[in-house]
Write a protein of this length. Structure first.
Length: 51
């Protein structure tokens, strides 16, 4: 099954979430669960820590 979001879209949503005041609303707007967003953020920061 193909991902619903491209890497670029995931990165953009993660970046938006860093300054969002309402994570649940951000997730609803993009059609992603809060849990999924937290997984993307976790992966993003783990990858950054490797560099």
């Amino acid at each position: 099954m193909a991902d619903k979001f491209t890497v670029e879209e995931k990165v953009q949503i993660v970046i938006e979430s860093l300054t969002a005041t309402n994570i649940a609303e951000l997730c609803r707007r993009h059609g992603v669960s809060v849990a999924q967003l937290h997984r993307w953020r976790s992966i993003s920061f783990k990858e950054e820590a490797k560099h």
